[in-house]
Design a binder for this molecule. Structure first.
Ligand code: SF4
Length: 485
């Protein structure tokens, strides 16, 4: 039940010109390529009309992170039964320590290590003489301290590649010594232009250091085995998703990488199908599994009832009639919940406008969930999406929607000021300045410590949270009574 509306192309183009006029000529020219509106090309294809995945302009306050954040923070960090070493000085591991809400079950420090900060804490002597020797000692120490770990990853921070350390040689040697997988990941923050290359490097490390190194595990395969790929279980997102897939009769043999174990990753090639939620961060490994093991993959979207029903039908179509029948039953089963949520929250949210700015998936994937509640997306953009994401985005968003790639804090602030949306959904760095402007805000990375938002169960929480933010009494109290006109 997607909404029909358009946004004002001319006004948004004028707004883009207004912000670009504030930059020095060279920067304005560069930034102009990243700002646009959704439009339809002559051949009928919708487009966002922006360039992407190019390095950030220095000094403009980009919101982006680095390859280490993409590899450690996103892909590897959530794998719960491995110890992940932030290899380098203390900062990167400290700042990323337990900041991303990739939920898991387990006993931290005993059989799970997700919410720990493990670092080689480089000192000047390590920079001068190299850190490989210490890394070897560290791996032995970690294996002794945490004997129930099933493997170790080494996530490189900036200096590692710059001083010529050979972490691959260390990994090979130590894997033999401790009899477990040791995965070196070359995700130094100077590589690439954003988190995005970190995802790719991390995917390649799974290919080269997990799949290629083999597994001893016996696994009785079944006809309905699937991998749930690239759901990081933020606030428990992967759990209602997994529940739905199991309710339609599929067997989820691995959930990557939120709440994942190394064994789940190892056995992935034995599934029949990969179901990928975050296309940006894990399409690489899906493509690899398709080429090497002939395993197809399907993109799906579990945000909001319209996309959930469409996705369940698309997934079921890849299997037989039993699964297709169950998919219809599951959609029907949850309809009363959807109706109840919509009846309660749609009247409170109908017609409200939303601006989004998130990482590589949610700026498009959450759009229909808002529309399911009667809300309109007036602007959206990504930190680190590529061209193929923007192609997909153009099919989600309406004509004239303001699009901003790798937006600077200045641009975003100006866009919010001028468009005055009823809600902004973005990250922690944007939250407080937006709220000070009197504009309601929901964090769309961390779910503002709420969630899950995936699946039917998640939709109920999503609707409640958006209502709570927009209709909070605080917004009527921003102006001091003695200053009121
Ligand atoms: S850019 Fe380098 S120093 Fe900064 S967080 Fe990334 S790896 Fe660490």
């Amino acid at each position: 039940m997607s909404l029909e509306y358009t946004n004002d192309t001319a006004a948004n183009q004028a707004l883009i010109k207004e912000v670009l006029d504030q930059y020095p000529e060279k920067s304005a020219k560069k930034r102009a390529r990243h700002l646009g509106t959704v439009k339809t090309e002559e051949n009928g294809t919708p487009t966002c009309g922006v360039k992407s995945n190019i390095k950030s302009v220095p000094g403009v306050m980009t919101v982006r992170g680095c390859a280490y954040a993409g590899a450690k923070g996103v892909v590897w960090g959530p794998v719960k039964d491995m110890v992940h070493i932030s290899h380098g000085p203390i900062g990167c591991g400290q700042y990323s320590w337990s900041q991303r809400r990739n939920y898991f079950t387990g006993t931290v420090g005993i059989d799970s290590f997700v919410t720990m900060q493990v670092t080689s804490d480089f000192q000047e002597r390590d920079i001068v003489f190299g850190g490989d020797k210490n890394l070897e000692v560290m791996i032995d120490e970690l294996d002794g301290l945490f004997p129930l770990n099933n493997g170790i990853s080494v996530l490189s921070e900036c200096p590692i590649g710059l001083i010529g350390d050979d972490i691959e040689a260390v990994a090979k040697k130590k894997a033999k010594d401790i009899g477990k997988k040791v995965v070196p990941v070359r995700c130094e923050g100077f590589r690439g232009v954003s988190q995005s290359l970190g995802h790719h490097i991390a995917n390649d490390a799974i290919r080269d250091w997990v799949f290629e190194k083999g597994t001893e595990e016996e696994w009785a395969t079944g006809p309905y085995d699937v991998n749930l790929i690239a759901d990081y279980n933020i606030g428990g997102d992967a759990w209602p998703s997994r529940k739905l897939l199991e309710e339609i009769g599929l067997r989820v043999i691995g959930s990557w990488s939120g709440d994942a174990t190394l064994a789940e990753i190892e056995r992935a090639p034995k599934a029949k199908l990969n179901l990928i939620h975050c296309y940006r961060s894990m399409n690489y490994i899906c493509r690899h599994m398709e080429e090497k093991y002939g395993m197809p993959w399907i993109e799906y979207n579990f945000f909001g009832p319209t996309q959930i029903a469409a996705s369940l039908r698309k997934i079921a179509a890849a299997f037989d009639e039993t699964i297709q029948k169950k998919a219809e039953e599951v959609i029907a089963k949850y309809q009363p919940l959807v109706d109840a949520v919509t009846a309660r929250f749609k009247p409170r949210l109908d017609g409200k406008t939303v601006m989004l700015y998130v990482g590589g998936l949610r700026p498009r994937h959450t759009a229909t969930a808002y529309e399911d509640l009667g809300m309109k997306i007036v602007g959206s953009g990504y930190e680190f999406a590529h061209n193929d994401d923007y192609q997909r985005t153009a099919t989600y968003l309406k004509e004239g929607t303001l699009i901003y790639d790798d937006v600077s804090e200045f641009e975003l602030e100006k866009f919010i000021e001028q468009l005055r949306p009823d809600l902004v959904g973005s990250g922690i760095k944007e939250k407080y300045s937006t709220q000070k402007m009197g504009v309601p805000f929901r964090q769309m990375h961390s779910w503002d410590y709420s969630g899950p938002y995936h699946g039917y169960d998640g939709f109920a929480i999503f609707a409640r949270d958006m209502d709570m933010a927009i209709n909070a009494p605080v917004w009527g109290k921003l102006k001091a009574p003695w200053k009121a006109a």
